[in-house]
Design a protein around this ligand. Structure first.
Ligand code: PLP
Length: 477
């Protein structure tokens, strides 16, 4: 039984056993057989691996070494209170079979699995990336790049890069640390700040990295919501549900996580909503972590929308070059915050990637220079202004669809009325129409929405939308 020989992960996710059970490793008794079946099923699960161990072989075959196995146990646990099938701990104290210690980050995993298998990938949330050539326009900048020594850069990013980022926020370089992507920044913060007794309040819908991290590092993640709110003149916007915010934040709250502008809705908080977040954080002494990676990609405006920096002392702003700046491949992110807490976060970085990559640090320094930074943001806004109308015209052709226009970002979160779950819709679009969208379920919502990224190739966007229309037509009949 070669358990390490994993088949292609592009198989349907296995049915999930919601019943907690444990078993010892004794022969073929019922418990062991259940465990055996569990391994059989979960070896196909993306992200799950079963490590070989000499003790496992006899157990799985016929368990002749019952005397050894008897003394060890394995268990599969599904925490009692979870309604989602995502969190499974599978561990065997003797055999060291372990995996899924942290719940599956479905959106990213599914995207990685399928983005290169479809003709029309509309699951991207950024804009068409910038060429390296654009950053290296003149001969001298090419020469500088080529002569760059490929040693380790300073752990928190080079001085000049931190100066440029600090200038963008109107602060000092000592308040900036450069990371590998904003995802690493989020990871470091949640790892460093959360204790097992803490809670984190997380905005939903959202990019669920921080949700998974909070559930892993803290006692609980509590959600507060963005809702479709109607204004007096009848227009709708995604706004903060103050009641759920008040319920989610309390004495145990260590972090309030805001994604502003929001992914997937493209919503931007109002001044009043931001003040309410600050008021609650202050009342309970919580940190505000503001993921602002989409800030700067604002529609219909020549300026970036309001950020959290400067509004509250216990604040960490997370951002990077992946979305509004159109440079995801550089994997450059950053944290802006008080000097003292950044020093604490540095010791987490020491266990992760240590430093930014030298070439990325170099190119990111070019990108964040004030003049280029403005041009990059202007380019992103132009892409959004040019390509949003493609979706804006397509949506009303389908009476079952509704979308609140995004205030920021090249993403649209579209509500639909077909009697099919968001995951089912996503699957059918992928398999029948070769289109990849992102279902609401991957943002923490059970309702019927899907996200379309419209910032990449406009021709592919049009063709992808045509295929989506075709599936919708078949759903009507
Ligand atoms: C809100 C949010 N934060 C962080 C990230 C991670 O971005 P990066 O590429 O900078 O790691 C994403 C990616 O989609 C995101 O949507």
């Amino acid at each position: 039984m070669a358990l390490t020989n994993l088949p292609s992960p592009c198989l349907p996710l296995p049915p999930v056993n919601k019943e907690p059970f444990s078993t010892n490793l004794h022969g073929r008794e019922r418990g062991s057989y259940q465990l055996y079946q569990f391994i059989q099923r979960f070896q196909f699960y993306p992200g799950f691996s079963v490590h070989p161990h000499p003790l496992l072989e006899p157990y799985l075959c016929s368990c002749p070494s019952a005397n050894i196995a008897e003394t060890h146990s394995a268990s599969v646990e599904t925490p009692a209170r979870t309604s989602s099938p995502q969190l499974h701990t599978f561990s065997c104290s003797c055999c060291r079979i372990s995996s899924m210690r942290i719940e599956l980050f479905k959106m990213e995993r599914i995207q990685c699995l399928y983005e290169n298998t479809v003709r029309y990938n509309l699951s991207e949330s950024g804009v068409m990336p910038v060429d390296a050539r654009w950053l290296l326009k003149d001969k001298s900048s090419i020469e500088q790049l080529l002569s760059r020594k490929l040693g380790y850069p300073p752990a928190g990013g080079s001085e000049l890069l931190r100066e440029h980022i600090a200038e963008y926020y109107g602060t000092l370089p000592e308040n900036v640390r450069v990371t590998n992507g904003s995802s690493e920044a989020n990871f470091m913060i949640f790892w460093a700040l959360l204790e097992k007794s803490d809670q984190a309040a997380i905005m939903i819908p959202n990019y669920l990295q921080t949700w998974g991290l909070a559930r892993h590092f803290a006692r609980a993640a509590r959600k507060f919501r963005l809702l479709e709110l109607s204004s007096v003149n009848g227009t709708k916007r995604w706004g903060l549900d103050m009641e759920s915010l008040n319920r989610a934040v309390g004495n145990r709250t260590r972090i309030i996580l805001i994604t502003n502008p929001n992914n997937p809705t493209g919503a931007v908080l109002t001044e009043e909503e931001m003040r309410e977040v600050v008021r609650l954080a202050d009342r309970f002494g919580a940190w505000i972590v503001a993921d602002e990676v989409y800030r700067g990609a604002d529609s219909g405006s020549s300026k970036s929308g309001p950020g959290f920096w400067g509004r509250y002392p216990k604040l960490l702003v997370v951002s990077g070059l992946s979305k509004a700046f159109g440079l995801p491949g550089l994997r450059t992110g950053w944290i802006v915050g008080p000097k003292k807490i950044l020093e604490k976060l540095e010791s987490c970085h020491d266990y992760l990637t240590l430093t930014p990559a030298a070439l990325s640090d170099h190119l990111a320094t070019l990108a964040m220079h004030a003049g280029r930074r403005k041009t990059l943001l202007k380019r992103t806004r132009k892409i959004i202004a040019d390509q949003w109308p493609i979706l804006e015209r397509w949506i009303p052709k389908h009476p079952e669809l509704h979308c609140i226009p995004p205030e920021s970002g090249a993403i649209a979160f579209i509500r639909y009325q077909f009697a099919v779950s968001s995951v089912k819709l996503f699957e059918r679009l992928r398999l029948e129409e070769s289109v990849l969208v992102t279902p609401a379920a991957h943002f923490g919502l059970n309702s019927r929405y899907f996200r379309v990224g419209f910032g990449y190739d406009p021709l592919r966007l049009r063709l992808g939308l045509k295929n989506i229309s075709r599936l919708f037509a078949s759903l009507r009949t």
